[in-house]
Design a protein around this ligand. Structure first.
Ligand code: NOJ
Length: 729
């Protein structure tokens, strides 16, 4: 039979690395020529979890991928059915959400972004990939690269924050980390940049809500991290739940085909989000599931996650000429290509190795990397009179708060196979750090969410006995992430009252915050001497926090989202427009609130250290930049304190006059440097005309002649200032 010999060819065809891609394309086409319509559709179908009925469908070649099927044994069992019992023996692709580590839980993505340490972030994902691939997984639904400007939106926890430049660097690093140098390597995990696109722009920060933004904002703010992920070689993308200006992403051909494939030349595949093709009915753009399937495929969604739309309706849609054979083939081609690229045809059991599963997960090296990552994700927000770092020979230390001994919340939202028993909580980390000479007292004081002051008496009692009080407050790990939007982003329950009461004892108070989003805590910021933002740091939470509290690690993280003073101030982000009436305190008719300062509580890019840094001698290589040239921006940064420390030096630009309004500042570069006490370094940034481009009045990507201001400093609200002219000739 014709297909038998072709099959033999497919499996024995030696891999010629010089033309690996064209060899894959040939193999894909050969396979495609053997497939029935049902088998083709099968490649585009993804379900969560197996069952007897689903195993029958695998045998019939009618499922191409699973999510949430895990473990070397379980994946081997279903893969065996696919490659031994189905007619064409096409291997399955197993996907899973590996958002911040597999079993070794790393800090949440919003936290690791605050390290601004691209190599560290890449390394964390390499470890996540090593563990996930040891447990049968081929493909992760990560990185989440959605820009988020509204902290009410719970999924802000999963991304890199509010800035497209930093977000792009982080997106590319995460893709490289997951995929490794080559998809065929046993520890490489296929990445999936999500959620395409502008999911973070949901009105009111309410999850799944409508997005209505201009094309300029879409292209300048929300799309760049996706483009960076594509350029870094991301093998797949996931479309988002939301609509943009009337068009739900799962039916958005402009986004999924014209921009993604036409402009960006993306050659991977697109998966829907969970039932997002089905949701086209609720959105009101499809009358029934068949129409939804047609809209999805024609827009460019290759794989249907859990909607049953492709499984039940694509074949009929083809018979009725509502989709074409080549549209179907193209989607199948993309999915098969990924399977070939992963080497699944040669080795379908590549990730089903019980030995690796036992050996490569939660190793001491992985824990050590998680600790290092956690230290660098911490942001010191306030440290009046150098209360921190604490001495290790304190006589009595009070540790208070509902999160101080919490092993579940510290894992944060969406923590894959992370387990509470693997976590070192704050209390444990601090106890391990201190010798027997320090008495450590602990009480919860209150619950995270339930308002009650009944624990305050004991809390105040132990606080009064202590030299220093450390209060650990914030959100539970499940208050951020998907479907976890909040209308009030203050500290939940009675926690702020607890902090106020403890501050009232007159003892030195250190507030440790744990949260998956920026919170609003103006009173604490004004009244408590030391505040440490720790997000959710994963398995090494307690050790990393103790390292920072006692000065074994000098904090270096900086915020990647602005912190509002109160919830009503959101959205607040640094790269806003100037408006025609920029705020002036003493002038009524300017853009401001009656009852609030316009500045955020903490700006984007902000974070302190136990040492101090000075900036001086800002200089440019020229006063004018021309089309084929570079501008070198140089600054001297000096460690003016008495401890070694790391500083994240940031470069911002502003286009003073353009044919459309431009943001007050835009991040254009950053460097993280280490300085010994008294040491200075000259830091250089290279600015090109490309870095200054924007979408002009006619939506042309361009740089206009004129004056640009530049700012170099420690955050988005401070810094030295200079300027130059861009001239087209
Ligand atoms: C829905 C979420 O929006 C998405 O991020 C996730 O990857 C899928 N569910 C699969 O779990």
């Amino acid at each position: 039979m014709k297909y038998k010999s072709l099959l033999i060819l497919l499996f024995i065809l030696p891999f010629c690395s010089a033309s690996a891609q064209s060899s894959i394309d040939r193999r894909v086409d050969s396979l495609l020529s053997l497939m029935t319509v049902d088998e083709k559709v099968g490649q585009l179908v993804q379900y969560s979890g197996t069952s007897a009925q689903r195993k029958t469908l695998v045998r019939q070649g009618r499922i191409g991928s699973f999510l949430n099927v895990l473990g070397a044994n379980s994946t081997r069992e279903v893969q065996r059915i696919a490659v031994e019992e189905s007619r064409l023996r096409i291997p399955l692709l197993f996907g899973f959400d590996v958002i911040h580590g597999y079993r070794t839980t790393f800090p949440i993505p919003l936290a690791t972004a605050c390290s601004w340490d691209i190599a560290l972030i890449e390394k964390a994902e390499r470890i996540a990939a090593t563990e996930a691939t040891a447990a049968g997984v081929h493909w992760t639904f990560s990185p989440m690269v959605d820009i988020a400007r509204d902290p009410r939106w719970g999924r802000i926890a999963e991304g890199a924050g509010e800035d497209p430049y930093l977000g792009s660097a982080v997106a590319a690093a995460r893709v490289r980390g997951f995929q490794g140098p080559n998809l065929r390597s046993p520890t490489s995990l296929l990445a999936c940049a999500k959620h395409f696109a502008a999911y973070g722009g949901a009105e009111g920060g309410r999850d799944y809500n409508t997005v209505d933004i201009s094309e300029r904002t879409l292209r300048e703010i929300y799309l760049p991290p996706f483009k960076a992920a594509v350029d870094a070689g991301a093998g797949s993308l996931m479309c988002s739940f939301n609509e943009i200006a009337g068009m739900p992403s799962s039916a958005n051909r402009t986004l999924l085909t014209d921009i993604l494939r036409g402009e960006w030349k993306f050659d991977g595949f697109v998966v829907s989000d969970w039932n997002s093709i089905g949701e086209l009915l609720q959105h009101g753009v499809a009358a029934d599931l068949k129409e939804a399937a047609v809209l999805g495929l024609k827009a460019g969604v290759d794989m249907d996650m859990e909607a049953d739309a492709y499984h039940n309706h694509l074949a009929a849609a083809l018979r009725e000429d509502r989709i074409t054979g080549s549209e179907l083939d193209e989607a199948v081609r993309r999915v098969l290509r990924a399977k070939f690229q992963l080497g699944l045809f040669e080795n379908p059991y590549r990730n089903c190795d019980i030995g690796r599963e036992r050996r490569d997960i939660l190793t001491p090296e992985h824990r050590e990397a998680a600790r290092k990552t956690a230290q660098r994700s911490i942001v010191l927000l306030k440290n009046q009179n150098n209360l921190l770092p604490l001495r290790k020979d304190l006589k009595t230390l009070a540790i208070i708060g509902p999160l101080a001994d919490d092993k579940e919340s510290t894992l944060g939202p969406w923590h894959a196979m992370g387990k509470p028993e693997d976590v070192i909580p704050v209390l444990g980390g601090i106890k391990a750090k201190l010798g027997s000479g320090t008495k450590v007292l602990f009480t919860r004081g209150c619950e995270i969410e339930k308002p009650s002051m009944s624990g305050f008496t004991e809390a105040l009692d132990i606080a009064r006995q202590a030299d220093v009080v450390v209060v650990v407050v914030g959100e539970s790990g499940q208050m951020s992430g998907e479907a976890e939007s909040r209308s009030n982003i203050g500290l939940p329950g009675s926690q702020e009252d607890l902090v106020r009461a403890l501050q009232g004892t007159g003892k030195p108070v250190v507030v440790i915050l744990m949260n998956g989003r920026p919170l609003a805590f103006e009173w604490i910021a004004e009244n408590v001497p030391s505040i440490v933002e720790t997000w959710f740091l994963g398995v090494e939470t307690g050790n990393a926090i103790a390292d920072v509290l006692f000065g074994d690690y000098n904090p270096s993280g900086k915020l990647t989202t602005s912190f509002p003073r109160v919830t009503g101030q959101v959205p607040v982000y640094y790269n806003h427009k100037n408006t025609g009436r920029p705020p002036v305190d003493s002038v009524k008719w300017t853009s401001k609130y009656l009852d609030l300062k316009n500045s955020p509580l903490y700006p984007f890019g902000y974070g302190l250290s136990y040492t101090t840094f000075s900036y001086s001698q800002l200089a440019l290589s020229a006063k004018t930049l021309k089309p084929a040239e570079n501008l070198i921006v140089s600054v001297t940064v000096k460690n003016t304190g008495n401890r070694s420390g790391e500083e994240i030096v940031q470069l911002y630009a502003r286009d003073e006059v353009a044919n459309v309004t431009r943001p007050s500042r835009e991040l254009k570069g950053f460097q993280k440097i280490s300085l010994a006490p008294g040491e200075s370094k000259r830091v250089h940034f290279v600015l090109t005309p490309e870095n200054l481009k924007f979408y002009d009045r006619d939506m042309k990507w361009t740089v206009e002649p004129g004056r640009f201001s530049l700012y170099v400093g420690p955050n988005s609200a401070e810094g030295l200032e200079t300027g130059f002219h861009y001239s087209a000739q």
